[in-house]
Ligand binder design. Structure first.
Ligand code: SF4
Ligand code: SF4
Length: 483
């Protein structure tokens, strides 16, 4: 095993032991990223508009009277795609979460941190909302750096104040949005109408989370992806040489060398067509312009290979493609590719590991879909009433029972409670509604009386059935106590 002595690492090797956004003495090195432009940035911008709109509007979308997505951890109420899941469906919710995790693992192993660059709310808000506002208020990276290192002039004060105000307002909206996924949009709107002082503790919590979001986007920024996010941590265990990710084609790019007069002459000899005119002269296609570094929101140099800090945002692809176009070399020096593809010009992404992930994923999906399809609309629970034994009635012996029915559908459902065994037993309802309302839990009691003539031969096992719309929903076997 090679032992690397950190203090003797060359400057170009320092990325192995240091984070680009943290100085060797532990202080923060602020990243002033340049605005990228190109096909990937445009695509990400369009996607981010769709995703932000979805995130903000989804709590207000109702399907069959249910919120599209609700994650009420406090009262253990979950709704996915308008389908409510109850606490007794927890096994199904756990299975869905497990399937989501395996899906992310599968995607990471095949396509790297594609989630981070394209779908993660942290990246989307940071790069597509907050950073764009920052560019508008404070200008490009050079202006920002100059202003931040200078004195507190009026120009700096008003720009910072406007930025802080807007960042805080957006953070407040984000905090409200996430709250509406937890307590539901209806409840949130009700609380808004009633005013913050009617729910002071919740409002304080809301302000706390607003402040957390504000600090994440105002100060913490890329550190969330680099040092805090657990997904980034285990990414290194999932990717290998076949993983397709944002990659620098070092076979084509090295030996990197600045653009020179000789390149101008060589390019002219190509008569305006793109082509490889540097490599015959011992120079790779990388013109060492650092444009891929200046756009990177985590401040890394993609030419050092796949790194933990890379969130696959594709900004360096756009930056390098722009440079390649300008100098007349083929695009794609930085592109979505795998190490194997770059070295061998071929790839076999369907490795044994991916096949194993696919099998696990398929099994989980089949199990989740099957269990979901088998999930009954009514969930029934019958228990003998606690603290009671038996009662003697005019016709025989009686026991009290509690009935609980959860209606998971959106419709009101009637039901019929019957005794299957022993024949002749009689049910007397006590505060039992005849209908279970949609999305509600119905609770009630009933008395079962065993006639005196059959009580002597009765084996103390009672079988009850619940029918709804002509179908037996559940058959329950319970005990019956007698002297
Ligand atoms: S290296 Fe490229 S893809 Fe990775 S974070 Fe930086 S700019 Fe984005
Ligand atoms: S943008 Fe392209 S050419 Fe410029 S340094 Fe990066 S990889 Fe090299």
């Amino acid at each position: 095993m090679a032992i690397v002595e950190l203090d003797v690492l060359e400057d170009h090797e320092r990325f192995r032991s240091e984070l680009s956004s943290i100085l060797p003495d532990g202080r923060r090195r602020w990243i002033y990223a340049r605005k990228p432009s190109g096909i990937y940035y445009t695509a990400r911008t369009i996607l981010s508009v769709v995703l932000v709109a979805f995130l903000l509007l989804a709590p207000f979308i109702k399907i069959g009277g249910h919120q599209f997505l609700l994650l009420n951890i406090l009262s253990r109420e979950f709704v996915f795609f308008g389908v409510p899941f109850w606490p007794n469906d927890f096994y199904l919710v756990a299975l869905i979460f497990l399937a989501v995790i395996v899906t992310i693992v599968l995607f990471t192993a095949t396509l790297g941190r594609i989630w981070c660059g394209w779908l993660c709310p942290q990246t989307i808000f940071m790069e597509m909302v907050f950073r764009k506002i920052e560019w508008m208020i404070e200008g490009g990276p050079k202006e920002q750096a100059k202003r931040h290192s200078g004195p507190w002039t009026w120009d700096r004060i008003w720009r910072t104040s406007v930025k802080v105000g807007i960042f805080f307002a957006i953070s407040f909206i984000i905090a409200n949005t996430f709250l509406s996924y937890v307590i539901s949009s209806d409840t949130l709107l009700l609380y808004v109408r009633e005013g913050p002082f009617s729910h002071a503790s919740l409002f304080v919590g809301l302000l706390f989370f607003t402040f957390v979001f504000f600090m994440v986007f105002y100060r913490f920024r890329e550190q969330a992806c680099v040092v805090a996010c657990p997904y980034g941590r285990y990414m290194s265990a999932l990717v290998d040489e076949t993983t397709v990710a944002v990659t620098y084609d070092y076979m084509r790019g090295e030996q990197r060398a600045k653009w020179s007069k000789a390149d101008n002459a060589a390019r002219k000899s190509m008569h305006g067509t793109d082509g490889e005119f540097r490599r015959p002269h011992g120079r790779g296609d990388c013109v060492d312009c650092y444009q891929c570094v200046t756009v990177c929101p985590t401040g890394i140099d993609i030419r050092n290979g796949i790194q933990l800090e890379c969130v696959n945002c594709t900004a360096c692809i756009d930056a390098c493609d722009e440079v390649m176009t300008r100098v007349g070399l083929p695009k794609g020096l930085v592109r979505y590719s795998s190490q194997q593809q770059i070295e061998q010009h071929t790839t076999s992404w369907l490795t044994g590991r991916i096949k194993a992930y696919l099998i696990v994923w398929t099994l989980l999906m089949v199990a989740a879909i099957t269990l979901f399809a088998m999930r009954s609309t009514l969930d029934v629970g019958i228990l003998r009433q606690e603290g009671t034994t038996w009662v003697t009635t005019a016709t025989g012996m009686g026991n009290f029972y509690r009935l609980q029915i959860i209606n998971k559908s959106n419709k009101d459902l009637p039901y019929v409670l019957n005794v299957v065994e022993p024949a002749g037993a009689v049910i007397t309802p006590i505060d039992l509604p005849k209908v279970v309302h949609g999305g509600q839990i119905m609770k009630g009691r009933f008395l079962v009386t065993i006639p005196t003539d059959i009580a002597t031969s009765f084996d103390k096992k009672l079988v009850l059935s619940i029918q709804s719309n002509g179908e037996i929903v559940k058959t329950v076997t319970t005990s019956f106590v007698m002297p």
